[in-house]
Ligand binder design. Structure first.
Ligand code: ASP
Length: 325
């Protein structure tokens, strides 16, 4: 496979961090080249080119940066000698960057995000192993047209489904609704399912003024009135269960819709979709009737990114809602 080339784009995260005595904590410290040098055997399986895009913790990543990263990936993928692309990233927001790119980029070549839960200074650091597995996936012909993937702990997840479920464990990444799409074994990359109905949003702009609000018991409309005064473009609201909301926020949501703010409703429950099965005050049926868009199975953070991209291209509820659920 030495004739194949994988480009590794490094962005930062724990995978590129070391313990720093002066601050008594982990800080960005490892260059792209150093990261690759630590991956034993990597140079025996393909040619690797490293591009340092940034070296930041992933809570510092913004949607604007995700867009720049997506443009970079599409530019690199045009090079015929490149078989696939691996992106190293912090685990805190990897699911967001991966999903953003999944919706945004044009290439069908394998694009694989990876990361580590343990820094290079820790016992049993998982960084090198994860890079090795991610490169194997990027080299696999079966990974073409699978959408953007996230590979950690030898599991292959689709960007659409994956979430971080544990603050520290190396097995933190899970796809609660549908499970991993495959896994990496010693000699093989094994896929077990395909993602159907993949969506691409063809836009060169994003709408940045999209907020995300989690509902809670006894909640009032204050936060929504604040958002109206800020003239935001859209709000994703995380409801309870099937998407139901506390009664005191119903008027606030109505006022947002009257102010032409796009409202997308998702659930704070991790599996299943929102649906209009209840009709009591605050339930999904009356909310849908006043113009709330149902966000399907998406987590709120992913629904927000999708709305940012959709509103970069479309402005009306009618155009936007057909891309949700
Ligand atoms: N805080 C780190 C980050 O997301 C966590 C990690 O990479 O595992 O940058």
């Amino acid at each position: 496979m030495l004739d194949k080339k994988v480009v590794v784009i490094t962005t930062g995260g724990t995978i590129a961090m070391r313990y720093d005595e002066s601050t008594d904590g982990l800080v960005p410290a490892i260059s792209g080249e150093e990261l690759m040098d630590a991956v034993h055997g990597l140079k025996d399986i393909c040619t690797v080119e490293v591009i340092e895009f940034s070296n930041i913790p992933s809570p510092h990543v913004t949607p604007k940066l995700m867009k720049e990263l997506g443009d970079k990936v599409d530019e690199i993928a045009l090079d015929k000698s490149v078989s696939g692309i691996v992106i190293t990233h912090g685990t805190d927001t990897i699911e967001e960057s991966a999903y953003f790119l999944d919706l945004y980029i044009k290439t069908e070549k394998p694009v694989v995000f990876t990361a580590s839960m343990r820094s290079a200074s820790e016992q049993g650091s998982d960084g090198a192993r994860n890079i090795f597995s991610a490169v194997k996936v990027a080299l696999s012909n079966s990974a073409i047209s699978k959408g953007v993937m996230v590979v950690l702990n030898d599991f292959i997840h689709s960007a659409e489904d994956v979430i971080k479920t544990h603050t520290a464990n190396v097995d933190t990444f899970q796809s609660p609704n549908w499970g991993a799409i495959g896994y990496v074994d010693f000699d093989k990359v094994i896929f077990k399912r395909n993602i159907v109905n993949r969506l691409k949003i063809d836009t060169d702009k994003i709408e940045e003024s999209i907020y995300l609000i989690k509902s809670f018991t006894g909640m009032s409309s204050d936060i929504f009135d604040f958002l109206i005064s800020k003239r935001v473009a859209g709000v994703v609201v995380e409801g309870f269960g099937r998407g139901n909301l506390p009664p005191l926020i119903v008027d606030g949501i109505k006022r947002m819709i009257d102010a032409n703010i796009i409202v997308v409703l998702v659930s704070r429950v991790i599996e299943g979709r929102v649906l209009d099965v209840y009709s009591y005050v605050g339930a999904v049926k009356p909310m849908k009737e006043i113009g709330v868009i149902l966000g399907g199975e998406l987590t709120s953070q992913k629904a927000r990114l999708k709305l940012m991209l959709l509103m970069g291209r479309y402005r009306t509820k009618k155009e936007i809602e057909k891309y949700f659920d």
